[in-house]
Design a protein. Structure first.
Length: 525
């Protein structure tokens, strides 16, 4: 009896029970999956509406097409239940609770993917799942990145694109200068805003590069080179867009440069970038190419379809159902959102006189207020009896981790044209209840101006100085204390032309000793 006959007999002799069990399992899993993750999908849908993540609308359609393209292979591979699928299901469950208690949506996004993989693996086994590895991995791209990654990546893309754009303009003979993301070309200044960061084209361009590599017939190193090249192509094409905006602004005015042409140039540059990737793929196909020897007797997929009986399937079905049901029940009364912790006193009551320092409150621009998304802040320009200045700034967040969190000066300063020439950690002796305070110290320069900067992050009774500490304790306190509040404190001492660094350092340390106990009266401990 050949394989074909065995398959027919196997399908006739009781595997209709398997199909009924598989169908029931799929329906139950889908319902439990939606009950568990539907609040998350509402958040994901809202984030897709953001211009940086509009490309996510197309990812499910691409995934469906990839599955449809592999329908023959999927039908031709034997299937059967597997206990191994419980492992990714348990991992997804753990990530779900970690993300839910910590208020980290991206962690829950990834958890939903692992739960889905676990259910599929348990139902059909590894042989069938292996045929769908790429569509399932590609599915992860529908989850918007955390705001911290998105912000830092967008900032670096803006800096690279604006720097390259200025160099191109200077090579063409134009007199232009750059301060961070502000391009000065004499008649006006052009700011490279978030809309021109390139990140709105970077993500979809990388995804298209991955799709091109997936369909590319060639060795792995060529596929990898094609994907990696998406980053420099994106930066260069965005620099070309900035160059065109400056040229049109200079000769035809702001209305044309920042109006219809601005939006049109974005689409044109994206298509140009895609064309560059396609051209690169063709060049790679011709370079170092070798004829592919195909074995006519080799079968790509198994020609048989073998189904196990219903009795083998029931234990896995029951286990997965119980796990998902338990998570749905336990998660019912736990809110995704962290409750905001109020300040002890509003920051607008911060004293304008601290010891011998007299201050004047300074208001922040609306664009900065909209970008930083804090709950309260204070910004004061203090001077001592000799007229030397200290700039004090504190921002407070009642909860962090959902698109709003403290920003590191090392990330924000380069966008304003400043360069950190020194960076390290120093200890300020306080001589009171708290013996000392560890702070991050930096020296920044821009066009002859110099500043000494102290900054640290009061976080729920801790004074932190490292982004790694911030992330760890944010996660830990969310799990153990249900709190994610925190603040950032920045103190700046401008370096005067005739002033020694040691004198400015002494002024900065003295002010820090005076201000630290005052801050404790405002920030929650």
């Amino acid at each position: 009896m050949n394989v074909k006959d065995a398959t027919v007999i196997n399908c006739k002799n009781g595997n209709s029970g398997y199909f009924r069990a598989l169908s029931l399992f799929a329906v139950v899993c889908l319902l439990l999956f939606l009950l568990l993750f539907h609040p998350l999908f509402q958040v994901m849908w809202e984030r897709w509406k953001m211009e940086d993540f509009n490309y996510c609308y197309f990812v499910p359609l691409i995934v469906l097409y990839l599955f449809w393209e592999k329908r023959a292979e999927l039908r031709s591979v034997s299937i059967g239940p597997s206990w191994v699928g419980i492992a990714p299901l348990l991992l997804g469950t753990a990530l779900f609770w970690l993300g839910k208690l910590a208020g980290n949506f991206y962690c829950i996004f990834v958890a939903s993917w692992f739960v889905l993989i676990g259910c599929i693996w348990t139902a059909v086994g590894w042989r069938r799942l292996k045929q769908a590895v790429f569509p399932l991995l590609f599915m992860i791209s529908m989850f918007p990145f955390p705001s911290l990654i998105n912000y830092n990546l967008g900032l670096q893309l803006k800096l690279l694109s604006s720097s390259l754009g200025v160099k191109i303009l200077q090579m063409c003979g134009m007199s232009v200068f750059r301060e961070g993301n502000v391009i000065d070309f004499g008649v006006a200044q052009l700011q490279v805003a978030d809309a021109c960061s390139g990140i709105r084209y970077f993500y979809p361009l990388v995804l298209l590069a991955i799709l091109l590599a997936y369909n590319f017939k060639g060795p792995f190193w060529k596929k990898g080179l094609l994907v990696l090249s998406a980053a420099p192509v994106s930066v260069f094409s965005n620099a070309v867009r900035i160059v065109s905006a400056v040229v049109i602004y200079r000769f035809w005015g702001e209305e044309i440069a920042l109006g219809f042409f601005h939006d049109l140039s974005g689409w044109f540059i994206f298509m140009l970038s895609l064309g560059a990737l396609i051209l690169e793929a063709r060049l790679l196909r011709m370079a170092f190419s070798r004829p592919v020897q195909e074995n006519p007797n080799m079968s790509i997929v198994s020609p048989s379809v073998i189904f196990p009986g219903l009795k083998v399937f029931l234990p896995q079905f029951i286990t997965v159902t119980l796990l998902l049901s338990a998570n749905v029940i336990l998660s019912h009364d736990i809110d995704y959102r962290q409750h905001k912790t109020p300040l002890q006193r509003p920051l607008n009551r911060f004293p304008l006189q601290v010891s011998d320092w007299r201050g004047v409150a300074v208001a922040m621009e609306k664009t900065s207020l909209d970008a930083l998304k804090f709950d309260d802040y204070v910004m004061i320009h203090y001077t001592d009896r000799q007229g030397k200045a200290i700039d004090f700034y504190t921002a407070y967040y009642g909860s962090q981790g959902k698109g709003n969190s403290v920003h590191l000066p090392a990330d924000c300063y380069p966008g304003n044209g400043w360069e950190f020439t020194e960076s390290g950690v120093t200890v300020v002796p306080l001589g009171k209840e708290k013996a000392e305070l560890r702070v991050r110290r930096a020296k920044a320069e821009k066009e002859g101006e110099r500043e000494l900067i102290y900054y640290w992050f009061p976080q729920r009774g801790r004074d932190l100085i490292s982004p790694y500490q911030l992330n760890f304790y944010l996660f830990w306190d969310a799990l153990t204390r249900r709190r994610t509040d925190g603040a950032m404190v920045r103190i700046i001492a401008p370096l005067y032309a005739s002033e020694r660094i040691a004198d400015a350092e002494a002024r900065l340390r003295g002010f820090t000793r005076e201000i630290a106990p005052v801050l404790e009266q405002f920030l929650p401990q």
